[in-house]
Design a protein around this ligand. Structure first.
Ligand SMILES: Nc1ncnc2c1ncn2[C@@H]1O[C@H](COP(=O)(O)OP(=O)(O)OP(=O)(O)O)[C@@H](O)[C@H]1O
Ligand SMILES: *[C@@H]1O[C@H](CO)[C@@H](O)[C@H](O)[C@H]1NC(C)=O
Ligand SMILES: *[C@@H]1O[C@H](CO)[C@@H](O)[C@H](O)[C@H]1NC(C)=O
Ligand SMILES: *[C@@H]1O[C@H](CO)[C@@H](O)[C@H](O)[C@H]1NC(C)=O
Ligand SMILES: *[C@@H]1O[C@H](CO)[C@@H](O)[C@H](O)[C@H]1NC(C)=O
Ligand SMILES: *[C@@H]1O[C@H](CO)[C@@H](O)[C@H](O)[C@H]1NC(C)=O
Ligand SMILES: *[C@@H]1O[C@H](CO)[C@@H](O)[C@H](O)[C@H]1NC(C)=O
Ligand SMILES: *[C@@H]1O[C@H](CO)[C@@H](O)[C@H](O)[C@H]1NC(C)=O
Length: 673
């Protein structure tokens, strides 16, 4: 036999051990080659002598037991002997911060712990027998997972378990330094080998457990110190060994060496003889110099080249397109790079929503940390861009607490980015239609309505120039942190007026909000805004879209439906059912009637926003409307204050809805007042 000397020595040692067990057992394994342990589960001895309790397999367990029974006391009634054991272990995990479950040194009445489960049961117990006094099991657990069902203190602890997994005593893994007595943490799953000592004093009935890094002598102060009489736990003869289990993270648990001594101090392990742990991560070959060097050279060269190319690309990507006329708008112009960083590269995760003009992204400006919403408007034609930016910037100066502040813009080839203040509660429509997650109470809705009215009034009359919004609707009303309604998107519809060829027309505004004369003439005015505001009022009260088929009974055109309810004298039928009965009747009626009045087909009958604000505040009484008839061609009502009867031309509603406005170059800022 040409066995190495080390091996031969080990063989001799283990044969000696075999003879010694009957008296005061003494075993010392500096590595486990040619030992006669009883293995089960996924446990194996590696070719270099490591006791590999678990390999990288999920939800498995493994045991290694000294094959022969060990005498722990003289008779059933006598007290258990003293013993001591020491071993070196290591836990190698796939991830640095997660691992399988841990290792336990175990003394048990049987060799294999039949019926025990893996994972948090550590291969020791199962859910029915854990904690049962009939188990007669002592385990010292090195536990790397916090199992709250067993009251674990953390995910890195050492515990003394008697008959169950709820430790009698447990401490975070670590040791008390002999130098200064201070506690030093150790991480069980660090992959570094560590030593454990377990000592039982049969005279004083006391268990102590000590942990230390591999190259350190046994610290004087043990980590765990528990007065406990093991006599009732240990039978006359028991089996000693190790148990381990994996969970869902691939982990290997190793024991490198082990010694045990009955009625004495376990012999120290010879560190130089312990088998080496496998290297974590991919193996490094000695080929590094021969083939590695050229490869490294090529790789670093190509990294350098692609770095330069990348730099050039980045520079091009973030290049600013600045024209002379823009210089005046300096403070309102954002750098594309800043917006790119703010929105994490216009990542889909930051997408807030998309509208008729483009996508809206959430972002945080890198310098000021202000939260913003960035709207990307694609814009093919450069024509009109100058005027549009001029308008956007001048509108951007508008400040009102019911308008979404426009902070600035950024222009690039083919697109325009508009930067708005971020509104944490999103758009109002999310709270209204289609069984919303949250609905707003009537008080909240009424406050939003009043806010939007006041914002629109400000656009119409509060500034030196009249600003027509052109796209008033629930999805353009955003809610700030205090659920104030704020009008957004003002002036945007303008872009399409400028930029497009009048022959290929776009719908300016949104179906269901377009005043009849607007679709006829294509001219947006303050009255067309009032018309849209009317549709908005009905939307908020009834919780449905202006055009939407819901039931057979309801008219798909919201205005017509509310009108018919009102005509029947049951206007409250149209109230959003999500509100229940929790609303103020007078306010609801006021808002509905005002909504109908604003929706009048004749622009001159519609109130101005100034009047609307007064009606909503109750400062002005709403004129009484008297219904006359619903004919095939429409609704008509009079108002007793002397208007003549108007035949409302709703009926062509569908036609109205789908007729495309002829886009005309009518100024947004339609002159002074
Ligand atoms: N300032 C903002 N703060 C927070 N979210 C916003 C902001 N602006 C827009 N959004 C979100 O982005 C979505 C899309 O907005 P956008 O205004 O482009 O679309 P829209 O109003 O539905 O349609 P349209 O473009 O036809 O007016 C909105 O529904 C809203 O949820
Ligand atoms: C783990 O050990 C078991 C039993 O020895 C074996 O069947 C399995 O293939 C091993 N798994 C890995 C990943 O090494
Ligand atoms: C190993 O242990 C088994 C029982 O577990 C026993 O039958 C066998 O004889 C032992 N071999 C040696 C070499 O000790
Ligand atoms: C052990 O103790 C029990 C009572 O505690 C007693 O009945 C029994 O005889 C004792 N046996 C021995 C062997 O001492
Ligand atoms: C261990 O001892 C207890 C009582 O002392 C006994 O009931 C039990 O059967 C013993 N277990 C084994 C496996 O011998
Ligand atoms: C639990 O383990 C015991 C043996 O210790 C076994 O008898 C029992 O069947 C096991 N229970 C389950 C549910 O596996
Ligand atoms: C403990 O286990 C025994 C048999 O193994 C069983 O009869 C007894 O009910 C169990 N006790 C508890 C508290 O589960
Ligand atoms: C030990 O770890 C705990 C928790 O991880 C930490 O709070 C404590 O500061 C650490 N102590 C030392 C000495 O590193």
């Amino acid at each position: 036999m040409f066995l190495p000397i080390k091996l031969k020595l080990l063989l001799v040692l283990s044969i000696l051990v075999g003879f010694a067990f009957s008296q005061d057992l003494s075993i010392t394994y500096n590595g486990f080659l040619s030992t006669n342990l009883t293995l089960d589960g996924i446990t194996e001895i590696t070719p270099n002598g490591l006791l590999k309790l678990t390999n990288a397999t999920r939800q498995e367990k493994g045991h290694a037991f000294f094959p022969n029974p060990v005498t722990f006391k003289n008779s059933a009634n006598s007290s258990a002997f003293s013993f001591s054991t020491t071993f070196v272990f290591a836990i190698l995990s796939e991830y640095p911060t997660l691992s399988g479950h841990g290792i336990a040194f175990v003394i048990a009445p049987t060799r294999g712990l039949p019926g025990a489960l893996p994972s948090q049961y550590l291969g020791l117990f199962n859910e029915t027998n854990t904690g049962n006094a009939t188990n007669h099991v002592l385990a010292i657990e090195l536990d790397t997972i916090l199992s709250s069902e067993f009251n674990d203190i953390n995910d890195n602890h050492v515990g003394i378990d008697i008959n169950g997994l709820t430790s009698k005593l447990a401490e975070p893994a670590g040791y008390y330094s002999d130098k200064n007595g201070l506690f030093q943490n150790l991480t069980l799953i660090s992959g570094k080998p560590m030593k454990v000592w377990v000592d039982y004093d049969g005279l004083n009935k006391h268990i102590s457990v000590t942990l230390a890094p591999i190259n350190m002598d046994k610290p004087n102060k043990p980590l765990l110190s528990l007065p406990y009489d093991l006599s009732p736990i240990l039978n006359e003869t028991m089996y000693i060994g190790f148990s381990s289990s994996t969970g869902s993270v691939l982990t290997s648990h190793y024991v490198l060496g082990w010694s045990f001594k009955m009625n004495g101090v376990a012999q120290g392990l010879d560190l130089s003889q312990l088998p080496k742990l496998p290297r974590v991560g991919p193996k490094q070959k000695s080929k590094v110099l021969t083939t590695g060097l050229p490869v490294i050279l090529i790789v670093s060269l190509s990294i350098a080249i692609s770095g330069v190319v990348y730099q050039v690309r980045i520079k091009k990507k973030f290049a600013e397109v600045l024209e002379d006329w823009e210089l005046d708008y300096g403070p309102h112009r954002f750098k594309y790079k800043d917006l790119y960083i703010a929105t994490k590269g216009f990542r889909d995760k930051e997408l807030l929503g998309r509208g008729g003009f483009g996508r809206v992204y959430r972002g945080i400006l890198p310098s000021s940390k202000i939260e913003v919403a960035v709207k990307r408007v694609s814009h093919e034609s450069r024509q009109g861009m100058k005027e549009f930016v001029a308008e956007i910037v001048s509108i951007g100066r508008l400040r009102h607490r019911n308008l979404v502040p426009l902070l600035g813009y950024c222009r690039r080839k083919g697109e325009l980015l508009l930067v708005y203040e971020y509104m944490p509660n999103g758009s109002l429509d999310r709270f209204l239609y289609d069984q919303p997650k949250y609905t707003l109470s009537w008080n909240q809705r009424f406050r939003v309505i009043k806010g939007v009215a006041s914002g629109l009034f400000y656009l119409h009359e509060g500034w030196e120039q009249v600003v027509v919004h052109r796209d008033v609707k629930a999805s353009n009303v955003l809610l700030d942190g205090e659920l104030n309604g704020r009008l957004g998107d003002f002036g945007l519809a303008r872009l399409y007026d400028h930029g497009t060829d009048p022959q290929t027309t776009h719908v300016v505004g949104t179906l269901g909000y377009l005043a009849p004369e607007h679709t006829r003439t294509g001219k947006a005015t303050t009255s067309t805004d009032v018309y849209a505001f009317g549709a908005f009022l009905l939307e908020v009260v009834s919780g449905r879209r202006p055009i939407e088929a819901r039931t057979q009974a309801e008219d798909p055109i919201l205005v017509d439906w509310v009108f018919s309810c009102w005509n029947k004298g049951e206007i409250l039928e149209a109230v959003d059912q999500n509100l229940g009965l929790d609303y103020v009747r007078e306010e609801v009626e006021l808002v509905m009637k005002l909504g109908l009045l604003c929706s009048h087909s004749e622009p001159t009958v519609r109130p101005s926003m100034r009047q609307v604000v007064l009606y909503l505040d109750g400062a002005l009484a709403l004129p009484e409307l008297v219904s006359l008839s619903i004919s095939a061609t429409g609704l008509s009502f009079t108002n007793p204050e002397g208007f003549s009867d108007f035949a409302l031309s709703y009926p062509s509603s569908m036609e109205k809805a789908f007729s495309h406005a002829t886009s005309i170059a009518e100024s947004l800022l339609s002159g002074g007042r």
